[in-house]
Design a protein around this ligand. Structure first.
Ligand SMILES: Nc1nc2c(c(=O)[nH]1)N[C@H]1C(S)=C(S)[C@@H](COP(=O)(O)OP(=O)(O)OC[C@H]3O[C@@H](n4cnc5c(=O)[nH]c(N)nc54)[C@H](O)[C@@H]3O)O[C@H]1N2
Ligand SMILES: Nc1nc2c(c(=O)[nH]1)N[C@H]1C(S)=C(S)[C@@H](COP(=O)(O)OP(=O)(O)OC[C@H]3O[C@@H](n4cnc5c(=O)[nH]c(N)nc54)[C@H](O)[C@@H]3O)O[C@H]1N2
Ligand code: SF4
Ligand SMILES: [Mo]
Length: 723
C-alpha cells in the first residue's frame, strides 16, 4: 500500500488528507498525520473513492443526438467532440459577437481551472463569466474590497471571540472551521451566534440571537448603535484610517435598539450584550458566512460586517482579520486570468453591470489602481468573485430577454439549472441555446440538457495546487493518487483543448498541469514535485498592520465607511436596512433555503448509495406549533409553493425551528429517476431553485443577487400519498 498527500475537494474547504492506494486505486481517504490538520475530515471526503467509482459516472464524451433534453446520446471521441465544439463556438462568436459565449462554473468542483477559463474568455472577448460564488463568498469578497481593498481571513488561532452571522459549520460541513471554533471555545474564547434556529453552533454559543430570517443588516446596525453610543470603538484607528465616520454615525442613529428589536425580533438587552462582547472582548473575528451573501440587503450586511471589523480595530491585527495579499513569489490565478487583455468596450458589455454593478468590472474598476499600489497587481480576483457578470442578467440574455443574445454556455462542475435562483427562467435560458457544453461526473439535470457532456476527472485523479481562493495567500499541493477512469479529463485539459480548437493554442502554452505549476512556482525556486514533497501547506511570512506602510487598497487609501465607489455608482454610500415587502395572505409562511446536509455537497452526491441510505429524501423543517397550525405531520409529503414555483417535500418537525419559518434543503434531485426534459431526474419536482425569485423586492440592489433567506411561501397538503 502506498500513500499520497492530497487535498480533498469533495467540498470547498480543502482539508489536507492522506489517500491510501493499492494496485493503482484509492482504497481509503483518511485525515492528515500533521497535528495541524489531524481532525479535518468528514464523511464526504471518506466516501470519495466510492463516489468516484459509482457506475453512474460519465466516463466518455457524450454527444446529443436527439432533440435537446431527449436523453439520446452517442459516445464520441474527445477529438471529434472538441473539433465540433470549436467550430460551433466560432460560428456563434462570428454571428453574435464573443459576448454571446457565457461560462458558468464553480470555483472548486473543477479544481484545476486556475483562471484559465477567464484567460481564454478574455482573449476571445467575452465578459460573461458567472459562478455559484455570486451567492457564496465571491460576492462577499468583492463587497469587502469596497471598504478596505482586500477580503480578510480570520486569525482563528489567536482570536478571543467569534461572531457567526448564521454560519453553522459542523462535523460534516466545513470541519476545519468547526474544529477552529471548538478550539477557541476550549481555551475560553467567546462565541456569538445569530440564527433564527437553535443551530448546532447556537447550542455552543455564549450569546444566541434568534433573529428573524433576513434581518442581519438591521442587527449589525443595532450593534453599531451600541458601540457608538457607548464609545466602544477604536478612536485612534477611526481618526487616522477611516473615511465617513460622522456620516455613518448619523445613519446608525436611525437605528435605536427598540427599532432593531422590532425588526429582528430579538431582545434589545441581549443585542446590546452581544455588541459589547464583540467590541470589548476582542480581538474578535466575523468569519465569512453565506447567509448575508443571499439576502435582499446583502451589500449592506456585508459592508456592515466590514465596518464592525474596522471601527473596533480588528483589521490586520493578531487575533483579528488578516489582510493577506498576494504571495510575492507564486503567480496568482488573478494574474493567470489576464483581465487587462479584455478590451474596455467588451468589459462594458458585461451583463448586469448597468443595473447591478457591485461585483462586475464596472463596480470594481475604481479598485484597480489602489490594488496595484498596495498589493502589486491591479486585478485581485478574490474567490473569483470580483469581476463577474450578474447571473440573472446572463440567464435573461440566454432566454432572449437581454440587451443582446447569449447563445453558447459552458457549464463546468456546476449544476447551472439548479444552482441559482429562478429555475424556470434558467430552464428557458438553457432551452434557447445553440451550444451547451457540460463538464461533469454524472448526468445532472443540467447535463441532460447539453449538446456535449465531457467526462471530468476527480480530485483523486489529478494533481492540484490549491491557492486559498486568492483570499488567504496559502498554497496546498495535492498529489495525483490514481489514474482517471475511462477518458475522464481535467478542466485544465478541457481548456487547453478549447484554446486549440479556437486556434488560440498560445494562450494556454503549458503541456501539462505539472508544467503549469512549475511555471507558477518558478520564482520560489522549486518545481511542483519538490513543492508537493516539501510542503503540506505553504504561506509567505505573515505580518500585521501592513496598512501603516501602504494605506488601504481603496480610492482614498483609507477604510471607506462611506463608500466612494458605491457613491460614484449612484447607490447609497452608507449601509442601510431595506424592510421586507408587505405580507401577502396567500403566502402566510416564510422560508429559507439552506442548512447543509452532511452527506451531500450542494446539488451533488445524490447518486452515492451509501449517502442516500442515510438521507434518502428531501425534508423541510418546521416548528411543532407551525405543524399544528397547518395540520401537518412528520413524514408527510407536501407541496411548498412560492410565487415562482412549487416543489414536493417531506415534512420534518423540529423543536429548534421558530414558528412560521420553513427550512428548504438546497439542491435536491433523484438521479435514479427518469432523465430528459419531462422530469430531469426530479429536478423539476424537488429543487429549491424552483421556489426562489430573482427580481424586485427579492433581489439585492447593488449586486443583484437573490434573497434566499425569508421568502413568502405556503405549504399545500397533498391528497393521498405522493411520491
Ligand atoms: N437555489 C440555490 N442556489 C444556490 C444555493 C442555494 O442554497 N440555493 N447555494 C449557493 C452556494 S452556497 C454555492 S457554494 C453554490 C455552489 O455552486 P457549485 O459549486 O457550482 O455547485 P453545484 O451547482 O452543486 O454543482 C457542482 C457540480 O459539480 C460536479 N462535480 C463535482 N466534482 C467535480 C469535478 O471534480 N469535476 C467536474 N467536472 N465536476 C465535478 C458535481 O457532480 C455537481 O453536479 O451554489 C449557490 N447556489
Ligand atoms: N456537508 C456539507 N457541508 C457543506 C456544504 C454542503 O453542501 N454539504 N456546503 C458548503 C458551502 S458551499 C457552504 S456555503 C457552507 C454553508 O454552511 P453554513 O454557513 O452553515 O450555511 P447553512 O447550513 O445554509 O445555514 C446556516 C444557518 O443559517 C441559518 N439561517 C437561515 N436564514 C438565516 C438568516 O436570515 N440569518 C441568519 N443569521 N441565519 C440564518 C440556518 O438556520 C442555519 O442554521 O457549507 C459548506 N459545507
Ligand atoms: S470538510 Fe469533508 S468534504 Fe470538505 S474538504 Fe474536508 S473532508 Fe473534504
Ligand atoms: Mo457555498
Amino acid at each position: 500500500m502506498e500513500t499520497r498527500k492530497a487535498v480533498c475537494a469533495s467540498c470547498d474547504i480543502a482539508c489536507s488528507v492522506v489517500t491510501e492506494v493499492q494496485k493503482g486505486r484509492v482504497t481509503r481517504v483518511r485525515s492528515s498525520d500533521n497535528p495541524l490538520f489531524k481532525d479535518n475530515i468528514c464523511i464526504k471526503g471518506i466516501v470519495a473513492p466510492k463516489n468516484f467509482a459509482n457506475p453512474n459516472r460519465v466516463l466518455y464524451p457524450q454527444k446529443r443526438v436527439g432533440e435537446r433534453g431527449s436523453g439520446e446520446w452517442q459516445r464520441v471521441s474527445w477529438d471529434e467532440a472538441m473539433a465540433d465544439i470549436g467550430m460551433r463556438l466560432k460560428k456563434i462568436i462570428t454571428e453574435h459577437g464573443p459576448e454571446a459565449w457565457a461560462v458558468s462554473t464553480s470555483q472548486w468542483n473543477t479544481g484545476t481551472d486556475h483562471g484559465l477559463g477567464r484567460r481564454i474568455m478574455n482573449h476571445v472577448g467575452s465578459p460573461n463569466w458567472i459562478s455559484g460564488v455570486a451567492l457564496c463568498a465571491g460576492n462577499t469578497a468583492a463587497i469587502n474590497r469596497l471598504t478596505y481593498g482586500w477580503y480578510p481571513w480570520p486569525d482563528y488561532d489567536n482570536t478571543n471571540c467569534i461572531v457567526l452571522f448564521g454560519h453553522n459549520p459542523g462535523r460534516n460541513s466545513w470541519v476545519p472551521v468547526y474544529n477552529q471554533i471548538q478550539r477557541v471555545k476550549a481555551r475560553g474564547g467567546k462565541l456569538i451566534v445569530m440564527d433564527p434556529r437553535k443551530s448546532e453552533c447556537a447550542e455552543l454559543a455564549d450569546i444566541w440571537l434568534p433573529l428573524k430570517a433576513g434581518t442581519d443588516a438591521a442587527m449589525a446596525l443595532g450593534w453599531l448603535k451600541v458601540i457608538f453610543d457607548e464609545k466602544l470603538y477604536d478612536q485612534r484607528f477611526i481618526e487616522r484610517w477611516t473615511l465617513g465616520f460622522d456620516d455613518l454615525r448619523k445613519r446608525v442613529d436611525e437605528f435605536p435598539l427598540e427599532r432593531v428589536g422590532a425588526i429582528t425580533g430579538c431582545d434589545p438587552v441581549v443585542i446590546a450584550q452581544a455588541a459589547r462582547m464583540y467590541a470589548t472582548m476582542g480581538p474578535a473575528v466575523i468569519p465569512w458566512t453565506p447567509i448575508t451573501d443571499q439576502q435582499r440587503n446583502s451589500t449592506s450586511a456585508i459592508r456592515l460586517q466590514s465596518i464592525l471589523r474596522s471601527v473596533c480595530g480588528y483589521l490586520d491585527v493578531p487575533g483579528g482579520e488578516m489582510l493577506m495579499g498576494f504571495h510575492p513569489k507564486i503567480i496568482s490565478e488573478s494574474e493567470i486570468e489576464m483581465h487587462h487583455v479584455l478590451p474596455e468596450s467588451q468589459k462594458a458589455k458585461q451583463l448586469g453591470s448597468d443595473k447591478y454593478p457591485a461585483f462586475t468590472y464596472r463596480g470594481q474598476a475604481a479598485l484597480l489602481e489602489p490594488c496595484k499600489r498596495v498589493w502589486g497587481h491591479a486585478y485581485a480576483n478574490q474567490v473569483t468573485g470580483c469581476f463577474m457578470a450578474n447571473p440573472s442578467a446572463v440567464f435573461r440574455a440566454m432566454a432572449g430577454e437581454g440587451p443582446y443574445p447569449v447563445k453558447a454556455l459552458f457549464s463546468l462542475g456546476n449544476n447551472t439549472l439548479m444552482g441559482y435562483a429562478n429555475m424556470p427562467l434558467i430552464l428557458k435560458a438553457l432551452l434557447n441555446q445553440d451550444l451547451i457544453v457540460v463538464h461533469e461526473h454524472v448526468m445532472t439535470p443540467t447535463a441532460q440538457l447539453a449538446d456535449y457532456v465531457l467526462p471530468g476527472d476527480s480530485w483523486l485523479e489529478r494533481p492540484w495546487m490549491f491557492d486559498g481562493y486568492g483570499w488567504l495567500s496559502m498554497y496546498k499541493p495535492s498529489q495525483k493518487s490514481m489514474e482517471p477512469p475511462g477518458e475522464c479529463k481535467s478542466i485544465f485539459e478541457v481548456w487547453k483543448l478549447t484554446a486549440d480548437a479556437l486556434g488560440m493554442s498560445a494562450v494556454v502554452p503549458w503541456e501539462s498541469l505539472e508544467d503549469f505549476y512549475d511555471y507558477r512556482l518558478a520564482k520560489l525556486g522549486i518545481n511542483f514535485e519538490g513543492f508537493a514533497s516539501t510542503y503540506e501547506v505553504h504561506f509567505d511570512e505573515i505580518s500585521f498592520r501592513k496598512y501603516e506602510r501602504t494605506g488601504f487598497a481603496t480610492p482614498s487609501g483609507k477604510v471607506e465607511l462611506y463608500s466612494s465607489i458605491l457613491d460614484s455608482l449612484g447607490f447609497d454610500p452608507l449601509p442601510y436596512f431595506r424592510a421586507e415587502p408587505p405580507a401577502d395572505p396567500n403566502y402566510p409562511l416564510s422560508m429559507f433555503t439552506g442548512v447543509r446536509e452532511g452527506e451531500y455537497f450542494q446539488t451533488g452526491g445524490r447518486h452515492v448509495p451509501e449517502m442516500r441510505a442515510r438521507k434518502p429524501e428531501p425534508v423541510l423543517f418546521i416548528s411543532p406549533k407551525t405543524a399544528r397550525d397547518f395540520n401537518l405531520t412528520e413524514g408527510e409529503w407536501v407541496e411548498v409553493e412560492t410565487r415562482t414555483g412549487k416543489i414536493k417535500i417531506l415534512v420534518g418537525v423540529r423543536d429548534n425551528m421558530p414558528d412560521g419559518l420553513v427550512r428548504i434543503p438546497h439542491g435536491w434531485w433523484k438521479p435514479e429517476t427518469e432523465q430528459g426534459l419531462g422530469n430531469l431526474s426530479g429536478a423539476l419536482c424537488y429543487a429549491d431553485a424552483m421556489l426562489c425569485p430573482d427580481d424586485g423586492d427579492f433581489m439585492d440592489i447593488e449586486q443583484g443577487i437573490p434573497h434566499l433567506k425569508g421568502l413568502p411561501c405556503r405549504i399545500n397538503k397533498l391528497p393521498g400519498l405522493a411520491q
